[in-house]
Unconditional design. Structure first.
Length: 227
């Protein structure tokens, strides 16, 4: 079984070496440097990753799509996505691949059982709200719709190449498109480190997400009335 890990990264020179080296113990690695102005690309390359670069910052979704397009014609069986900021522990990658024996998408949930003690309150609240809405519009019984640590089967890669969103909305739209195509999804429990990560979520990102939610809620309601 061939596995590849795609790591979207923006100004992650502090963490990217460890993330790449730990991921390489379990898979091939592609880092997509989304317009960093630090040494992310060089450090990732020195650590053994294939590095793709954007000339300017386009957004996390754009970085993921660049990685997917790069491996489109490859023979990988499983694609893992992991953030480059050190929040996620790549040692979970084998658990993701095992879980894909009976699913085409696996989400690494930070919230199965309970919320992490070190997670900021505002992030707990935002995740509860957005995950509740995503559960409603997709029908998936998930606990963490915003997790960037996830895996997909290569045979559904094409579903996500043309998603129009380039920011963090991309990951929620992945779940929506999967639900519309009857893709089986499951979650596994993961730990997450919130000690030093940076947030690049802007007001524009937040507004885009609100618009995304409104559109999909309206579509959901329209579908119910059409019945």
């Amino acid at each position: 079984m061939r596995i590849i890990t795609i790591i979207p990264a923006y100004n992650e020179e502090k963490f990217i070496k460890k993330v790449v080296e730990c991921s390489k113990k379990h898979s091939d690695v592609v880092v997509v440097d989304d317009g960093s102005n630090d040494n992310t690309s060089q450090i990732a390359e020195d650590a053994g990753a294939v590095v793709l670069t954007h000339p300017k910052n386009l957004g996390k979704g754009a970085a993921i799509k660049t990685g997917l397009k790069f491996i489109l014609e490859s023979s990988y069986d499983i694609i893992v996505f992991i953030d480059g900021d050190g929040q996620h522990d790549p040692s979970y990658i084998p658990q993701f691949t095992s879980a894909m024996d009976d699913a085409q998408i696996v989400i690494g949930s930070r919230f199965k059982g309970k919320f992490p003690d070190n997670m900021p309150f505002q992030r707990k609240l935002a995740n509860q709200l957005t995950t509740g809405i995503i559960r409603y519009v997709t029908g998936y019984e998930i606990t963490d719709s915003q997790s960037g640590f996830r895996s997909i089967s290569s045979d559904i890669l094409n579903l996500f190449i043309d998603i129009k969103y380039n920011d963090y909305v991309f990951e929620s739209e992945m779940l929506y498109k999967a639900s519309k195509n009857n893709i089986k999804l499951k979650e596994i429990k993961i730990a997450c480190d919130y000690g030093t990560e940076k947030s690049y979520v802007t007001l524009k990102n937040a507004l885009n997400y609100v618009i995304f939610i409104i559109i999909h809620l309206l579509m959901k309601f329209k579908g119910r009335f059409d019945l």
